[in-house]
Design a protein around this ligand. Structure first.
Ligand code: 5AD
Ligand code: SF4
Length: 464
């Protein structure tokens, strides 16, 4: 038996003895899709240990917060929730409270939790996902607190159990960590150096998902475009995509996130080559000022970025672009900010993820002078949203009258309707029954709303 299997067996024996009516686990994930994917693995482990999963911390015997550190507000929410759990522990003293992920990989946060939140039993870092059974066993069997932030030096653990969130869409991490050290970003410090999974493991997991009937598979990494670096095999991200897109079956592929400095024409050519690769490109620009991009350590300028956009549009005129934007980076001036406005008007993104800069302890930007007031940054932020709120609906108008292939995902809010997405990632509402969920259908767009489309089924035609 493997070490993990032994721990899991011991845990399940302990749980049966301690909770004759069954033990419940609540596992809550904050932050990015990578975290969601890690959370699915911890849920997989919890089920193997004998826990049933619950949606509420209030009736749980084991609570785990899988946290994010990218911005301060994500951390504040976790501290609030962690504080509230004190009452749960008073009612159920045997319960275990655990916290893991990027937030606690920061030493000062781990120490703060250790000292100020004595009801927390287990604190562990981002490198220990594969050792989750050992950590839970140590807490359960010794009834003492465990803090472990050690960095794993071995290979990426494969074949961990997974409890996927859905039956239609799935996520596959293809790499972990980040080597880019953008000056505002905490990720390289909390997730460590970039490590790619071997392509044979990815292809195997991908093929299994296709056989299980998953229709949309998203490849994940902090910078998928540098996939392959450090592997013994010679493989790039476009080559991996090309390989996956030739696997037989009825599915589509998405990927994120792309760093503009590593996104190449070769990648765009592979996207164009395969119908199975969604024509949606999340290409975070962060800012439209070359001076700020330099200080962000992004290694591209707006000219190079726009060249990439233009090349992609010349090959795939209907491609959709989305981006991340940070407003109020230290030292950003009104003129720099206007550069961002200009750039988003020029690119015409389909949607944007917008953030006000949040200083992160230990990053280079956190010690840069930052004279602009929080109020002014908020005003710029609102201005940015106003501009984008005109661009988004304009982009959607272009869909009216055309037909598209839509993957139906769920029931819509409106009675008698279902909702799905085009491969450009636009939400479409369609009159139809639940039997359509999980199917690719052809839809004619009747009307564009502000952030979604209304369409109707077309029988016997192929959509874009
Ligand atoms: N402040 C604000 N936004 C940030 N992001 C990363 N770090 C910070 C920070 N310190 C944003 C970037 C990144 C996205 C995931 O989060 O835009 O692309
Ligand atoms: Fe952070 Fe930059 Fe790495 Fe993205 S590429 S995770 S923004 S350091």
């Amino acid at each position: 038996m493997t070490e993990n299997a032994e721990y899991i067996k011991s845990i399940s024996n302990l749980l049966v003895a301690r909770y004759p009516n069954g033990a419940r686990a609540y596992i809550r994930t904050y932050g990015c899709q990578q975290n969601v994917s890690d959370g699915e693995k911890m849920k997989g482990f919890a089920l193997q240990m004998g826990y049933t999963l619950t949606d509420s911390a209030d009736d749980a015997d084991f609570v785990l917060y899988n946290t994010c550190a990218v911005r301060e507000n994500a951390e504040d929410r976790v501290f609030g929730n962690l504080g509230a759990l004190k009452h749960n522990k008073e009612k159920n003293p045997g319960m275990i409270i655990a916290i893991c992920g990027c937030m606690v990989q920061q030493e000062h946060i781990a120490q703060k939790i250790k000292q100020s939140y004595p009801h927390v039993d287990l604190i562990f870092g981002t490198h220990l996902l594969g050792e989750f059974p050992r950590l839970v066993f140590e807490v359960l069997s010794n009834a003492k607190r465990v803090l472990d932030l050690s960095e794993q030096q071995t290979d990426i653990p494969e074949n961990l159990p997974v409890k996927r969130e859905g039956t239609l869409k799935a996520w596959i991490p293809i790499m972990y960590g980040c080597d880019n050290f953008c000056t505002y970003c905490i990720v390289p410090y909390v997730r460590g150096r970039e490590k790619s999974r071997k392509s044979e493991h990815i292809v195997k997991e991908f093929t299994e998902l296709v056989h299980q009937g998953y229709k949309e598979i998203t490849l994940l990494g902090q910078n998928v475009n540098s996939y392959g670096k450090g592997l013994e095999e010679n493989i790039t991200f476009p080559q991996l995509l090309d390989k996956l897109a030739t696997i037989p079956g009825d599915f589509r592929i998405r990927f994120m996130t792309s760093h503009p400095k590593d996104a190449t024409h070769e990648l765009i050519d592979v996207m164009q080559k395969h119908d199975k690769i969604c024509k949606h490109f999340h290409l975070p620009v962060q800012c439209g000022s070359d001076e700020i991009l330099k200080r962000m350590n992004r290694h591209y300028d707006t000219t190079q970025y726009l060249e990439l956009i233009d090349y992609a549009r010349s090959k795939m005129p209907d491609i959709s672009f989305t981006s991340d934007i940070i407003v109020g980076f230290p030292g950003e001036t009104r003129k720099d900010f206007e550069g961002t406005l200009e750039l988003i008007k020029r690119v015409e993104y389909d949607s944007l993820y917008t953030f006000i800069y949040s200083p992160r302890v230990g990053t280079i930007a956190a010690s840069m002078p930052d004279p602009i007031s929080a109020q002014e940054k908020s005003a710029w932020f609102r201005e940015l949203l106003d501009v984008q709120n005109k661009i988004g609906p304009k982009r959607l108008k272009k869909y009216e009258g055309n037909t598209y292939r839509v993957l139906v995902e769920s029931k819509a809010k409106e009675d008698g309707c279902v909702t799905g997405r085009t491969d450009t990632n636009m939400v479409v509402n369609i009159p139809g029954g639940e039997e359509l969920i999980g199917q690719f259908v052809t839809v004619k767009i009747k009307h564009a709303r502000n952030c979604a489309l209304d369409g109707e089924l077309v029988i016997g035609a192929a959509g874009k």
